[in-house]
Design a protein around this ligand. Structure first.
Ligand SMILES: Nc1ncnc2c1ncn2[C@@H]1O[C@H](COP(=O)(O)OP(=O)(O)OP(=O)(O)O)[C@@H](O)[C@H]1O
Length: 623
């Protein structure tokens, strides 16, 4: 603890200095001043006692004690003034420290690779670090209290040493047991926190599920409530057992420490008695010694308590530091090779990608030696069965993941994505993923967040909404663009899944990026809206020259794609135009078979059409 504490306290102080250097100076100066005032006060009390217990008449003794009494009063007054200055400055400093610490780790975490955010170990660290930001705030108070206790202890120890040198080690002996017990207990608490941090998060999640609006319908109709409550209780009971275990342990440690402390106190007062008995100390001096021992023991106790609390908080601050270090090592690199001004294509060359596993079994690659091209200005469709790796592939295209070390390369013309400026890659891409985020903000922000660095242009928001059909959603909102799309807040409005999807597409359009990636953009859209989106996407590619990467299971909608890549089990099964893939002479059959299955489902659904009707319907379907 002695080795680590100064460095960790230094972290707290550095954060405080960053947050508000002036307030920190006020706190440190006033606490040091308070300690000095207490010390001077104690020396003055010592002098008052000396005068009061000396020989002479009561009046004389009191008169002689008066100056020292005045010093006691002045130091008490000064101490109060300094305490209020310190309280005011600490109160202002603490929330700022917490903000600076929180900003620091959030600032680092939002720039880490996606793989870090998906790593449970990183999340565990994140949970502890979140607590660490709180600890940094609390550390300020413990640091100031420690400083204060240390100065008043030095005063008491100084007085004791002057009275008799043997009293000082005895004072330390008296406090050692409680120091040991506080340290032991705080360490146990810290270890237990780490063992239970994920457990606590899971318990909290269960509690949240019971009140969350997303789960509300199933909780009620399927009666999930008692099931969740049962699990919540089981988890809470495990936690309670751990708390009880800790409390029992703390009680045992405390009892042992009290016993040892009692013996040490006996020894101290015994020594004092022996000194008196043997005539080595006068009664007046012994009185002062008792006072100094009591003050010193109180200061030492408080010092031990403050240092232990400081130590415990510092362990969490250490987690915070660890997270910051880890976030830095897993950060998306800044800078790199610039991308070509006018891009011709993005090409995957034998790209293999593996998601990090849980550590028990070696993970299998999700993409195996994938080679394919995304020529710019074209519509490229990615199709394939569930789990074939389409979404993973576009995340690599968007720069969210990099190919496995030692595997192939993603080329942006002749620039390797590994060494490219990743911010430039992100800047070239608009991504509407399957699980695009429903921001709990207004309609305007939900679209405008596609270009978060700039002021939101209402006209452009409306234009993008018109593109995706979100204008119809907008028309029905009570406060138009300013309607809050978050149920559960005042003025919040709920919209349907399909309406959200239109907003998602509007957001991707608003971003105006060179490559627009849309992952299942129409899964929640009605037939008319779906047709409109595909028409618009086609128009977009034709008029603005944007590259469209389209993932969809609706195979009839990829007829107009310039290029179709078919994925199967993480490999490219075939690539080509619709006609090439449908032609038994050029296609492998993977696409054709799937297409025919979907088409036959439509045919089967048509009740005995006349030849003419059938043709009309098929034409509409293919359109
Ligand atoms: N974040 C992740 N961590 C670990 N494995 C993942 C992750 N995302 C996807 N996978 C796995 O990778 C495989 C491919 O998933 P992916 O989402 O790329 O498929 P997909 O073709 O888009 O499927 P779908 O058509 O169902 O959307 C799946 O086996 C999936 O379990």
């Amino acid at each position: 603890m002695a080795r680590r504490l100064p460095r960790l306290a230094g972290t707290g102080l550095r954060l405080a200095h960053l947050a508000d250097a002036r307030a920190l100076r006020v706190v440190l100066a006033s606490e040091a001043g308070r300690g000095v005032a207490q010390a001077v006060g104690l020396v003055a009390v010592n002098s008052v006692l000396g005068h009061v217990l000396a020989a002479g008449s009561t009046n004389e003794r009191l008169t002689q004690a008066l100056p020292a009494l005045a010093v006691v009063a002045v130091t008490a007054f000064l101490g109060s003034l300094l305490r209020s200055a310190s309280t005011a400055a600490t109160g202002a400093l603490e929330p700022k420290v917490q903000r600076v610490a929180t900003e620091q780790y959030l600032g680092l975490v939002h720039r880490t690779e996606l793989s870090a955010i998906e790593d449970d170990e990183f999340h565990r660290l994140l949970d502890a670090a979140r607590y660490g930001a709180d600890s940094a705030r609390r550390m300020i108070r413990y640091c100031t209290n420690t400083l204060n206790s240390a100065v008043s202890l030095i005063a008491a120890a100084g007085v004791l040493t002057v009275l008799h040198p043997v009293l000082l080690p005895l004072l330390v002996l008296m406090t050692l047991p409680s120091a040991w017990s506080s340290l032991m207990i705080s360490r146990q608490r810290y270890i237990s926190f780490h063992a239970f941090v994920q457990h606590a998060r899971a318990g909290h999640l269960l509690g949240q599920l019971l009140t969350q609006k997303e789960a509300a319908a199933e909780v009620r109709v399927h009666g999930v409530g008692p099931f969740l409550l049962g699990h919540f209780r089981t988890m809470a009971e495990t936690s309670e057992r751990e708390q009880t275990r800790l409390a029992h342990r703390a009680a045992r440690i405390g009892l042992a420490a009290d016993g040892a402390g009692g013996l040490a106190t006996l020894l101290t007062y015994g020594a004092l008695g022996a000194l008196l008995w043997g005539g080595a100390m006068e009664l007046a001096v012994a009185g002062t010694a008792v006072l100094a021992i009591r003050t010193g023991a109180a200061s030492l106790d408080s010092l031990v308590l403050q240092v232990t609390e400081l130590h415990q908080e510092s362990l969490f601050v250490a987690d915070f530091e660890r997270l910051c270090r880890e976030a830095k090592t897993r950060a998306i690199p800044v800078g790199g090779d610039p991308l070509p001004e006018r891009l011709r294509e993005v090409r995957f060359e034998k790209v293999t990608f593996t998601y990090p596993g849980s550590g028990q079994t070696p993970p299998e690659p999700t993409l195996h030696e994938v080679s394919l091209a995304f020529p710019t200005g074209k519509i490229i469709a990615l199709v394939g069965e569930n789990g074939s790796g389409k979404s993973t592939l576009v995340r690599l295209l968007a720069g969210l993941y990099l190919p496995d070390e030692g595997s192939g390369t993603i080329w942006w013309d002749d620039v390797d994505a590994r060494t490219a400026d990743r911010d430039q890659i992100f800047g070239r891409v608009a991504l509407m993923s399957q699980d695009f985020y429903h921001w709990p903000f207004t309609f305007r922000v939900n679209v405008g967040i596609g270009q978060p660095g700039q002021a939101i242009d209402d006209r452009a928001v409306e234009e993008a909404s018109g593109f995706s059909g979100a204008d119809e959603v907008l028309g029905g909102l009570p406060r138009g663009l300013s309607t809050l799309l978050a149920r559960g807040y005042r003025g919040g409005h709920q919209i349907s899944g399909g309406q959200w999807q239109r907003i998602g597409i509007a957001r991707a359009k608003y971003r105006q990026a060179e490559i627009l990636i849309v992952d299942e953009p129409t899964s929640a859209l009605d037939a008319v809206a779906e047709q409109r989106v595909f028409d618009q996407i086609r128009a977009l590619a034709a008029t603005t020259g944007q590259t469209i990467v389209l993932i969809t299971h609706r195979l009839h909608s990829v007829r107009h794609a310039d290029l179709i890549h078919v994925l199967k089990d993480g490999r490219v099964a075939e690539s080509g135009t619709f006609e090439e893939l449908m032609d038994p002479a050029t296609g492998t059959g993977d696409f054709r078979d799937a297409y025919l299955v979907q088409a036959s489902a439509f045919d089967a659904a048509i009740p005995t059409p006349s030849a003419g009707d059938h043709d009309t319907l098929r034409t509409q379907d293919h359109a």
